[in-house]
Structures are given as structure tokens and as C-alpha cells.
Ligand binder design. Sequence first.
Ligand code: NDP
Length: 296
Amino acid sequence: MSAVVIDGKAFAAGVRIRVAAHVARLAEEHGVVPGLAVVLVGQDPASQVYVRNKGVQTVECGMVSFEHKLSADTSEADLLALVRALNADPKVHGILVQLPLPGHLNSDLIINTIDPAKDVDGFHISNVGLLGTGQKSMVPCTPLGCLMMLRDHHGSLAGLNAVVVGRSNIVGKPMAQLLLGDSCTVTIAHSRTKDLAAVCRGADILVAAVGRAEMITGDMVKPGATVIDVGINRVERDGRAKLVGDVDFASAAAVAGAITPVPGGVGPMTIACLLANTLTACCRAHGLPEPDGLTV
Ligand code: NDP
């Protein structure tokens, strides 16, 4: 293996330390404590784990965590009423509605009811538009985490060829916007892309956000490229459950210059960026200076 392994766990710990330090200063100097409200509808086991981790890390950073656990048959009207109440609550600076929502609930309607200034997931249509036009917004956590690691590794990204595989609203598209904002030449690939391997081989920065276990293999990676693996796939290997990314780590690491592992790469950065976004939202709400380097 020749690639540098980018340690997302360590990087995320560093982000959390910076967030906690800024939060402590806010409390001391301004008597302000950031608050994050997380809304979980239903019993999805993976979502329950995410929500628990978010709550624990929020409190560890000195912020207040408000958890709202609703039953799977919660009506849309009740969920909208809760979101509006959180919008109006001055103790709440960030609101996150855990996705996916049960099928009878209109996710777009719910997300677009969140006050855009409190939309720490960055999914509200206003934030999508602001990001797309290069204006100050709340930036989706997973792409923000990827960008932070890329900036740290490369310094300037200007002029690099970036290929993002995947065009979802929560990862692929905002990732591409962020890379464009940092002056990369960006290609977005998807399931209809012709000769994906050749497209990927043109990438100095290759971001995989597909949801297909180990589909990006070493022969698709340009020698020396930086590979960011967003994928989280549960597979069975040798009779045991295992988490793997969208990248075949062993073959890609033999060719790449740097690579994020799964687990321990992008995943930990997602929650760290949620905390950073909550802090940013709090600073903006109170007209206080935003922390350096924790948003774009
Ligand atoms: P989506 O299913 O919403 O999007 C997947 C994208 O991959 C689509 O744009 C799809 O193309 C494209 N795609 C599917 N098959 C192929 C293929 N054979 N070749 C090229 N492109 C293909 O997934 P998400 O963006 O939500 O998530 C992607 C991965 O990232 C998942 O594994 C998810 O678990 C993980 N994830 C990880 C996070 C983290 O914190 N680390 C956070 C969020 C997601 P098309 O549009 O044409 O269908």
C-alpha cells in the first residue's frame, strides 16, 4: 500500500475540540449556549444509533441537546407543529430531522419548514440555492467534512480535476458545489455515466458517494489521486457483518496518493460538522463572530 490514510476519526476529534473551545468562550463571554434539536420519527435502528451519538457528542462539546422521539405513525400536522415550535424557540439554534422519514410524511415539506438559519443539515431549499450561488449558507455536513479533509491534505484545491460519483441531493450535488467553489474542475458521474472507469481515472480528487460496496477499484484510480470514500455499506464477509465503503480499499490504496478508510474516514466527520454547523448557526443568530475554518 502506498497511499497516506486520512484519519477521519482523529480529524473529527480535532474539529470537536475546536468547537468545544469556541462554545466555552461563547458561554463565558456572552452567556450564550448553542442548542441542537434532533427529531426522530419511528424506530429505525440505524437512525436511533445516529441520534444517540449526535446527542452524546453535542453535550460533550458543551452544547445543549434536545431530543424529540416521535412514534412512527406521527401525523404530518403534528411533526410540522413541532418543527414550527423549534423554529420559534430561542434556545434552539440547530434543528435536524433525522432522515429517512416514514413514507406517509412529505420529507421535502418538513425540511423546507425548518427555519433556514437553523437548518444545520443544509437541506432546506434556501440553503441549497445559497450554496449553488456561492453565498453564505448552512452547508450539508457530510460534504463539508470531506471538503475540510481535502483542504487540510492539499492546501489549495484550485485547478484540480475532481470527480464526484453520485448525484444525490445530500452528498453528491453539494459536494460538487463545494469543490467548484474551491475552483476545482468538477465532473459529476452517476448510474448513466458512460465508461465510469475512464472518467474516474481523470480525477486528482475522486469522491465516491454511491452506496455500492467496493465498486471503485484500483484500476479506476489515477496514480497519486486523493480518494474520499463516503459510502457506508453493510456486507457479510467470512460469515461476519462488516462495514465497507464504495471503494475497494486495498486495490485503491495501492494506487492513490491518499485515501479515507471505512470506517474511520468520512463518517466521524459528518457528526463533527453537524456540531460545527450548530455553533455557526448560534453565532449568526447572536451576531457574534463565527469560528474560523469550521464552515466555508
Ligand atoms: P443515493 O442512493 O441517494 O445516491 C447514489 C448515487 O449513486 C446516485 O446518484 C446514483 O446515480 C449513483 N449510482 C448508483 N449506482 C451507480 C453506478 N453503478 N455507477 C455510478 N453511479 C451510480 O445515496 P447517497 O448519496 O445518500 O449516499 C451514498 C453513499 O454514502 C451511501 O453508501 C450512504 O450510506 C453513504 N453516506 C454516508 C454518509 C456518511 O456520513 N459517511 C452520509 C450520507 C451518506 P443515479 O442518480 O443515476 O441513480
